[in-house]
Ligand binder design. Structure first.
Ligand SMILES: [Cu+2]
Length: 273
């Protein structure tokens, strides 16, 4: 139904990091919520003052009764009721449409021909108690994920033993690591630097030490590292999972773990369904 919305993000200049999308969502909801709150509270205070009982009230005033619409009063009370209801509906529906479009982008990442070519898919494997990264050229690292600045990095997250959860809070990345299946997520890091990775699913005695880091390098530096590391690879490249990116896969994957208490995963399931 809303497939056309991510089309707005087909050119690299419009690719936005998930963290930027979430910041915008929080900002918009904060501003709209504050404005509505100020208007409602101010209007309530104004009416409290205007309709205060100073002993000179109108004769025969009938106060609204519980469970009845306040119609029939003079002064257009019912039209005010429907006006406020209509305004609320417009605000709520606008926010739903707006945030649903952004959440689809968060879910699927940049789309289009350029995004299909300019990305790197890395297989992320959780083990007790470390994170392993398998690059398309066969390079494997443990504990450090090197990526290029500004590139779309797609992650296929899985586990070799028990349930883990791969999370990099600063990049707003989080995905279940479940044996036998892949969770898909993506990120763009526009700033070079080092970002913390932690395991967010209690997985055993070493859970708290199950950390890693994402190192974002400048493009040249990354290419240099990637090629020299790739030159040392003797074994055949690890096949990357071929079931990536599909909305159905995503829904199916999360749908098969209904007992899981991860609020983010539940929210994603809701969006993908
Ligand atoms: Cu873990």
């Amino acid at each position: 139904m809303f497939e056309y919305l991510p089309l707005a993000h087909q050119v690299p200049e419009e690719w936005r990091a998930q963290s930027a999308v979430f910041s915008e969502l929080f900002f918009v909801f904060l501003v709209v919520g504050t404005l509505v709150g100020v208007v409602v509270v101010a209007y309530t205070m104004y009416n409290l003052y205007r309709n205060r009982d100073d002993g000179t009230g109108p004769e025969g005033f009938e106060a609204p009764k519980l469970g009845e619409l306040p119609t029939g009063q003079t002064g257009g009370k019912s039209s005010k009721l429907f006006l406020s209801f209509g305004l609320s509906a417009i605000i709520v529906i606008s926010l739903v449409v707006y945030s649903y479009g952004l959440l689809l982008y968060v879910e699927q990442g940049p789309s289009g021909d350029v995004a299909d070519e300019q990305n790197m898919e890395v297989e992320v494997v959780g083990i007790q108690f470390a994170w392993q990264f398998h690059y398309p050229n066969g390079v494997q690292t443990t504990g450090t994920l090197n990526v290029s600045q500004g590139e779309v990095v797609r992650l296929a997250v899985t586990s070799d033993d028990v349930w883990h959860n791969f999370g990099a809070p600063e990049l707003r990345v989080k995905a279940d690591a479940i044996p036998g299946e892949y969770s898909h997520t993506w990120f763009i890091a526009n700033e070079t630097g080092t970002y913390d990775v932690k395991c967010y699913e209690l997985c055993g005695s070493g859970h708290s030490q199950m950390t890693a880091e994402i190192v974002v390098m400048e493009e040249e530096e990354f290419n240099e590292w990637y090629e020299s590391a790739g030159a040392n690879v003797t074994e055949t490249p690890t096949p990357t999972p071929d079931d990536h990116g599909g909305e159905d896969d995503e829904g199916g994957g999360h749908g098969s773990v209904p007992a899981h208490g991860d609020a983010a995963a539940t929210a994603r399931m809701g969006v993908a369904a």
